[in-house]
Design a protein around this ligand. Structure first.
Ligand code: HEM
Length: 124
C-alpha cells in the first residue's frame, strides 16, 4: 500500500473515532444540536478519506506525486479545522461562523485537487 494511502487510512480512522464519540454523546445526552458536525466528521473524515486512500492504493503510480501529497495536506487540514469549528458553531458559538466558512473552501480546494488527481490517472 502506498504511504499516502496509509496516511489517509490513519487519519480516517481518527475521524471515525471522533465522529462516533460525538454521536454517542448526542445519544446519551439526548441533545442533537451537533448532528451536522457528527455527520460531516464521519462523511468528510472517515468515508471520503477512506475513498481517497483506496483510490491511491488502486493507482499507485500517481500516489507518490507532489500533487498527491499537497492534496492530502490541503484536504486534511481543511477537515481538521472545519469539523471542530462546525461542532462549536452548532453548539452555541456563532463566532465560529467565519472559521467554518473559510475552512469549507479549503476542503473544497482539496476536493478539486483530488479531481485533478483522478483526471490525471492513467489506466493501469
Ligand atoms: C456508534 C456510531 C454512531 C452513533 C452512536 C451515531 C449517532 C447519531 C445520532 C444520535 C444522530 C442524530 C439523529 C437525530 O438527529 O435524530 C446521528 C445522525 C447522523 N449520523 Fe450518526 N452515529 C454513528 C455513526 C455514524 C456513521 C459511521 C456515519 C457515517 C458514515 C453517520 C452519519 C450520520 C448522518 C449523516 C446523520 C444525520 C442524519 C439526518 O440528519 O437525517 N453516523 N448519528
Amino acid at each position: 500500500m502506498p504511504n499516502i494511502s496509509r496516511m489517509y487510512f490513519i487519519t480516517a480512522i481518527c475521524f471515525l473515532v471522533a465522529g462516533i464519540l460525538v454521536g454517542l454523546h448526542m445519544s446519551i445526552t439526548q441533545n442533537f444540536a451537533a448532528t451536522g458536525a457528527h455527520a460531516h466528521t464521519n462523511l468528510l473524515g472517515w468515508v471520503t478519506m477512506s475513498i481517497f486512500g483506496t483510490f491511491h492504493a488502486l493507482n499507485p503510480r500517481g500516489a507518490g506525486t507532489r500533487l498527491a501529497k499537497a492534496q492530502y495536506y490541503v484536504y486534511t487540514g481543511g477537515v481538521i479545522v472545519m469539523t471542530p469549528a462546525l461542532y462549536l458553531l452548532l453548539t452555541g458559538n456563532p463566532s465560529m461562523g467565519p472559521v467554518v466558512a473559510v475552512s469549507s473552501f479549503v476542503v473544497f480546494a482539496g476536493v478539486l485537487m483530488f479531481a485533478a488527481i483522478i483526471f490525471r490517472a492513467r489506466a493501469e
